[in-house]
Design a protein around this ligand. Sequence first.
Ligand SMILES: [Zn+2]
Length: 244
Amino acid sequence: MEKKLNAIVVKAVNYGENDKILTLFSLEEGLISARIKGVKKAGAKLKFASEPFCFAEFILSSSGDKNTVIGASMYEGFYSIRESVESFYAGACVLEFLSKFALIKEPNAELFDTAINTLKELVFTNENKYFSLLIFFVKSLKNTGYALTLSGCQHCGEEIKTRAFFDANTGAFLCPDCVLENAIEVSVKTYALIKKALNEEYEFALDEDLFTDFYLKRALKFIAFYIEDKTEEKIKALSDLLTL
Ligand SMILES: [Zn+2]
């Protein structure tokens, strides 16, 4: 049986001498793996479709649980993402997140759009790469069931203005008056940036340098902590990005 899928290559692993096994994140079926044959030979016609970041319409031949890529027409290869080390690792974070948190055979159009739009922003605009990635993470965590609660202090309901504390058990922030024993202090700028990333109103702690790489990387470090604490998964590309 043949089928067409709009998908992005999130992972490609060598298989045998000339083949690869691709992990595709598709609009129609969520995560799906497929073999692509002969792509390591010189001049292979489908080589482009075996590279991570390739966004294409894939034609798959399927029998049972086995899929083989037999054709592809590319929408976007995102080749120039490799021209900046920050863009490359930020893009790698997007792919790794999809490979770990998207579901097999379960379509998720919102996550798909968020991922493609983030890659476009990383490659084709001058937006701060760290902020684009922060937006991707907070939206996608929400989409996959790991939402951060950002409506002020979870206990008293007041907006957090000066110092922010985070309760990892509930994924919620607390003010200094309501802080619990196991909560950790998080920079109020991190809290502000995460609210901004979700397009929520916030008028405190917003001095001019809020959007600097320093504060954005610190916010991403918090996201790395949160993902690992909540899911026991680690986004390796994020650790790499943060040590640049
Ligand atoms: Zn409070």
